[in-house]
Each structure stands twice: as C-alpha cells, then as structure tokens.
Write a protein that binds this ligand. Structure first.
Ligand code: ADP
Ligand code: MG
Length: 264
C-alpha cells in the first residue's frame, strides 16, 4: 500500500481519476485579498499530458493561481479538483503527495547541500518516515529516484557539487529536478527561464520538452517564444479572470489579447 493511501484528506468526485477526465479542474476559483479579487471565479481545465501556458500581465493572478493549486494559499471560494479528487484547501505537503509539484519563481534550493542531496530530500518527502526505517530497500529506491531526477535535468554529472557553486541556469534546472523527484502527475513551473541567458533559455526549453513527454505541465512564462514553441494551449489571465484560451495560433491572433499586451 502506498503511504499516501493512509492519509486523510481529499474526497473522490467525478470519476476518480479516469483517463477521460481532466487531470486538473477549477470551478469558480476565487481569491480575495481584502477588497481585491486576485482570482475571480476561474473555471479552468487541463487534460492529461497537456502542456499549458498561463500568461498575463504583471498582477494578473498567475502566481496566486499556482499558490492555490499547490496549497500555499487557501482560496476564498470555488473548488480545485485534481485527478478526480477535491483538493481544495488541503495543506501543501498533502497536495505534493497527491502529485502536484511546483518550481518557484525565486530559487528555492539549499545552497550548502549538494545537487544530489537537494533532490534526495524532495524524493524522501514522498515517503513516510516509518516506511524509510522499516524497509531498507526504500533507501536504495530514493537514491535511484534522486539520481533519475538529476539525470532528467542534465545535472547527474554535478551530483556532488554544492548547489551554491552551480551557475544560475543550473540552479533553476536543479529546482525543476527537485520538483520531479517528488514524482508528480502535474508540474507547475513559475517563470522557469526568468533571469536566464539566451543559451540557458534554450537548454531549459529543451529540458521542458523532454520531461513533458510523460507529464502534465502548467507553465507561467513571459518569453513568448518559449510559450509558443512548448505549449499545446494557452490561458490568458487578466485582472484575475480568464480573458482568452486557445492554441498558440489562436491566442496570437486574438484581438483582446493583443490589446492587453499592447497596453502594458
Ligand atoms: N499575499 C498577498 N496579499 C495581498 N495582495 C496580494 C498578495 N499576493 C498577490 N497579491 C495581489 O494579487 C494580484 C495578483 O498577484 P499575482 O498572483 O502575484 O500576479 P502575477 O503572478 O500574475 O504577476 C496583484 O494585484 C497582487 O498585488
Ligand atoms: Mg507571478
């Protein structure tokens, strides 16, 4: 039995994770900060194995949206259904165990730990302590998983390097590795190429393309070239609401979207 099956929290709804249901769905998702609605009645769906971009001007509510999905923020209203289960308001560690991972906009690594230690800690967080102690095979499993995560972000050769000594681009990719080590079904990337050189951006784009083969990915990204090349569909947020949704081609040709971007 998997450790997560023993945990309370989350209740099955519509179809319990059948392949035909969306992996993620929000219904009327609303977040208010005082008088400001950072998200307002957002109805959103992502299909399994889709790569979806969430774009929009600064302050549109993109990070707030990710914060709700990952349990950092409790929504003021509405529901979040993940893999057929209502996860609204669950704590972030429970949501992580259910399979949503996130890499932060601001680097979130332990600088004085090695690259491998950084991903190993994340791999461990999926398991319960009792499981670790009673099954020595769990240790080998966690090491293997940590190494696989490093490999998939191209950092296996730097496993023993202190995270602080990695380049900025490598550190951002390590963050993606940390998220992957939790074996997510859904990976949320908040501005993965922010602050990267053109060469690093290209490498990260290839990295995301590689890991997207068997994952569902939500990506907040300002680099439109990255968005257009990587994503199946795009959702445009504006003042906490969905302004438009469609393929990259549809979004590029959408007059409402052009107006918002030309104004800012
Ligand atoms: N913790 C908070 N307290 C108050 N207001 C917030 C908080 N977080 C975000 N906001 C406000 O909510 C709106 C959406 O912010 P955010 O989700 O960070 O936008 P984005 O990521 O699209 O730039 C902004 O107006 C922002 O100032
Ligand atoms: Mg943001």
């Amino acid at each position: 039995m998997r450790a997560e099956a023993l945990l309370d929290g989350g209740s099955p709804v519509d179809g319990g994770g059948a392949a035909s249901t969306p992996l993620l769905k929000t219904e009327m998702l609303t977040v208010r900060f005082g008088g400001l609605a950072a998200l307002s009645e957002v109805n959103f769906q992502v299909a399994r194995e889709e790569v979806r971009a969430v774009i929009g001007p600064n302050g549109a509510g993109k990070s707030t949206f990710f914060n709700c999905l990952t349990g950092v923020l409790r929504p003021s209203g509405g529901r979040i259904i993940f893999n057929g289960e209502d996860i609204t308001g669950l704590r972030s560690n429970l949501i992580s165990q259910k399979g949503i991972a996130r890499s932060y906009q601001i680097t979130n690594i332990l600088p004085n730990a090695t690259a491998l230690e950084n991903v190993r800690i994340a791999a461990q967080s999926r398991r319960h302590a009792w499981n670790m102690v009673s099954h020595h095979s769990a240790f080998a499993d966690i090491n293997a998983r940590a190494e696989a995560a490093l490999q998939s972000v191209g950092l296996l050769g730097k496993a023993g390097e202190l995270a602080a000594n990695l380049s900025h681009g490598e550190q951002r990719n390590l963050e993606i590795g940390i998220a992957l080590a939790t074996e997510p079904k859904l990976l949320c990337l908040d501005e993965p190429t922010a602050g990267m050189s053109a060469a690093e951006t290209n490498e990260t784009k290839e990295l995301i393309r590689r890991i997207a083969k068997d994952l569902t990915i939500l990506i907040v990204e300002h680099d439109m070239e990255v968005v257009m090349e990587l994503c199946d569909r795009i959702t445009v947020l504006h003042y906490g609401q969905i302004l438009a949704e469609g393929t990259p081609e549809e979004i590029q040709a959408n007059p409402k979207v052009l107006e918002v971007y030309l104004k800012t």
